[in-house]
Design a protein around this ligand. Structure first.
Ligand SMILES: [Zn+2]
Length: 241
């Protein structure tokens, strides 16, 4: 066994509470584009002269719903969990206290069977009306002639339960994530460049024993000392365990 994988396994075995803090890189092996690489979602918007921070933004949705809901999107099949989601879910099913905090909105950890998941940036499973807050399933959303999803009750814009720019993560989700990190003795940071606030500041609540980073590139964890850095893809790495 690769010495780094052996080390990771030892950390996991000795830990009572593990937090897995993941970003876009956890889902790229499921065929989902990340944000900033050549085929990334934001790169594609920029190619159309659209500024992602302006477009994926609550102000833009309210002022230009027709442009927001007709924006260019990558074509893709419904994604399936990859080895990363599956290995973590299997560990939890085998009795390990492993809590996922994710910046992804794809729900793939839950789809793999993971129970303890905090979604910092929300999710796509339900949408809701911005006027009356009524929830809808994405497939039952009705659209007007401009392809804007509308609430049949009050004609409000119906939007995904995703946290966009200029919106804050759900307070309960933030609280639970903070508590999980404070309780953990092993923190695994994976597939994220740690550049998005306020999510990235969560990791500084960690007060436990070991910090592991699994990522294609080294990341800046500031004052948080990294015990083990594994350069590589998240699913590929975890499947070696
Ligand atoms: Zn409504």
């Amino acid at each position: 066994m690769d010495p780094q994988i052996k080390q990771l396994k030892a950390y996991i075995d000795e830990a009572k509470i593990i937090v897995f803090f993941g970003g876009a890189g956890v889902s790229t092996e499921s065929g989902l584009p990340d944000y900033r690489s050549r085929e990334g979602r934001y790169t594609k918007l920029e190619k159309q002269q659209l500024d992602p921070k302006k477009v994926m933004n609550i102000k833009y949705i309210m002022e230009h719903p027709e442009a927001f809901f007709n924006r260019p999107k990558p074509e893709q099949k419904p994604p399936e969990p990859n080895a990363a989601h599956q290995v973590l879910a299997a560990m939890e099913q085998n009795g390990k206290d492993i809590r996922v905090i994710t910046q992804n909105v794809d729900g793939l950890h839950q789809k793999a069977g993971h129970r303890s998941v905090q979604e910092l940036h929300g999710h796509n499973r339900t949408w809701y009306c911005m006027k009356c807050l009524r929830e809808y399933l994405p497939e039952e959303v009705q659209r007007d002639e401009q392809n804007v999803p509308r609430c049949p009750i009050d004609n409000g814009i119906v939007r995904p339960s995703v946290v966009y720019f200029r919106e804050n993560p759900d307070r309960k989700v933030m609280d639970r994530s903070k508590k999980a990190i404070q309780a953990a003795d092993l923190l695994i940071i994976a597939g994220t460049s740690l550049t998005v606030n306020p999510a990235k500041n969560l990791i500084y609540h960690f007060n436990g024993k070991r910090v592991v980073v699994i990522n294609q590139e080294a990341i800046d964890t500031k004052a948080l000392e990294v015990d083990l850095f594994i350069k590589g893809k998240v699913g590929e790495t975890l499947s070696k365990l």
